[in-house]
Design a protein. Sequence first.
Length: 172
Amino acid sequence: MSFWSKLFSKRREKPESSIRSLAKDLEIPKSTLHYQSQQQDKRLVDEQTVFLESPAGEFFLKRLVVATLYTFVLKGGIGAQRVEEFFELIGISTHMAISESSILRLVRSIESSILTYKELQETDLQASKAYGEELKVVLGLDETWLDSMLLVCQDLISGYLFLKQNPPSETA
C-alpha cells in the first residue's frame, strides 16, 4: 500500500485523530503529514476523487495508466506527449505525477517486462522439450488482406500468433 493509501485509510479509520498521532502511526514527521493532509484535502472535492485516493482507486489508476500506455503507445504508436494530454483531459494528473519523461520511463519498463516474460516462456518451453513433454497447441486460423493475403494462426491457449505471408508472385 502506498503512502497516499495509508494516509487515506488512517484518516478514514480515525477521523478524530490528531496530526501528531497520525504522524506517529505512519512514522513520518508531523510537518510532512500536515502538508500532505492539506494537499489531499484539496484533491478530495467529489466522489470520484475520494475513490481515486482509496486503495481500490490507486489500483485502478495504475491499471488505467499501464493499459493506456500498452494500448496506445506500444501497440498504437501514439506519442508520450499525446498520452500526457489524454491524462490531463480525464483528470488523473491531480492524483498521479504524469509527464512525458515519466511516461517514457513507464513504457520502457513495460517493454522490459514483456521481454522478460517472453524469455521466461521460452525457457519454460525449452525445459518442457528437454523432459520430452509434448507441446499441445490449439490453433485458430484466419486470413486477412492487406497488400497481399496474410495467413494468421493463433494458439488459442497462449495467444501466441503465427503469421505466414505468401511470397509475391512473379508475373512474366
